[in-house]
Ligand binder design. Structure first.
Ligand code: ATP
Length: 350
């Protein structure tokens, strides 16, 4: 039996609220299902830390995080707390780049037909994973600067062979465990970097002959996600496209509070809900903790504790069978804590 060291970065806005619930579930599954022990280490990172110390991710904290086995993260950044360059603080992006967490894994799963706004597809179900490149792409430009005094501003999209090859292999390996279908989303009809991206995808696809492939442009991907979401198994794309499409996809299955994520590299990983800090609902008990709870399940899968992960997912599935059990933004009445309570109860009544 191992003791796994987990860095817990609650962050800002609703981050601390949802992380508290994720930790409750983690402790319960540790108690109920035999397996590893978890030692949790909390660190202050984010806009709040920036206001306190002048650095959203202080180097000594980063060193201590690196000593852990994985990170559980809430959400970071606040609209009014900005860097000298005028952009929001985003230490979660710094972590992805620092630890080379190139594969952003974002499962999109519809637990109950009533939670999708898409009436036409209520019978077919939605079960896909968006694999979002998370260290380069158009976000590569984020550390640049712009000035209104200049006549123009430019952002450069970086697509490297090394990262793209690893990203595509991660997508194909994931698809091999699912319905064996990968859709590449790009804009290769317009951008040379995207033609390069597609060329590398075609090379890597030959390594996985058992996996079927499609290639679509990002604008068509937005359309098809709404018209026929059931047709997607694994979708792989660059950083910015993945950022946008994963919010759209979350909207198909009940909103941001239902969308977990994992940022995975070759040796380290960060697990966090796909949503941001949602300042407008912070501190009101309205945040849906399910995205964080499902992110905890992804962490357990990554640790090799599939049984514990399955126990969390099946508890969430059972809670969502009952249409009364919904948080406020899904049209229900449950508070953040009450939703977790329902999941915990479902875990103990297997
Ligand atoms: P970011 O750019 O950091 O992803 P954002 O400002 O674009 O953040 P979010 O903070 O994710 O967006 O919020 C988008 C919308 O989803 C808001 O209306 C917010 O209230 C809602 N939302 C986000 N997370 C949750 C949650 N866990 N529960 C309920 N509603 C949420």
């Amino acid at each position: 039996m191992r003791t796994l060291e987990i860095a817990v970065l609650a962050g800002d806005g609703i981050g601390p609220e949802v992380i508290a619930e994720g930790v409750r579930v983690l402790r319960e599954v540790e108690r109920l299902v035999p397996g590893d022990r978890y030692s949790l280490h909390e660190f202050s990172v984010g806009a709040g830390e920036f206001l306190r110390s002048g650095d959203a991710l202080p180097p000594p904290t980063l060193d201590r995080i690196a000593e852990c086995d994985a990170v559980l993260l809430g959400a970071m950044g606040l609209p009014d707390v900005r860097s000298a360059r005028g952009v929001e603080l985003a230490p979660q992006l710094d972590l992805r780049e620092h630890f080379d967490l190139y594969a952003g894994i974002r499962p999109i799963f519809l637990f109950h037909v009533d939670d999708s706004p898409l009436k036409a597809h209520r019978q077919t179900g939605i079960d896909m994973v968006i694999v979002r490149e998370s260290t380069e792409g158009l976000f590569f430009a984020r550390k640049g600067a712009s000035s209104l005094a200049d006549p123009e501003a430019r952002d450069v999209m970086r697509i490297s062979r090394h990262t793209s090859e690893r990203l595509f292999r991660a997508a194909f390996r994931l698809a091999s465990t699912r319905r064996k279908h990968v859709t590449l989303v790009d804009k290769s009809n317009v951008l040379p970097s995207m033609a390069y991206f597609r060329g590398i995808f075609n090379e890597i696809a030959r390594e996985f002959p058992e996996v079927a492939t499609d290639r679509i442009y990002v604008d068509a991907a937005a359309l098809h996600l709404v018209q026929r979401p059931e047709s997607f198994d694994v979708m792989v794309t660059e950083n910015m496209f993945g950022d946008i499409l994963s919010d759209l996809a979350a909207g198909l299955v009940g909103g941001m509070g239902m969308a977990p994520s994992a940022d995975i590299g070759d040796a380290f990983a960060v697990f966090q809900p796909s949503h941001g800090t949602a300042p407008s609902i912070a501190g009101q008990g309205k945040a849906n903790p399910v995205a964080t709870i499902l992110s905890v399940a992804m962490m357990l899968d990554w640790f090799g504790e599939g049984g514990r992960a399955a126990s969390i997912r099946s508890a969430v599935r059972r809670v969502f069978c009952n249409p009364q059990m919904r948080t406020v933004e899904m049209g229900g009445t449950l508070s953040t804590r009450a939703m977790t309570g329902a999941v915990l109860e479902a875990m103990t009544t297997v």
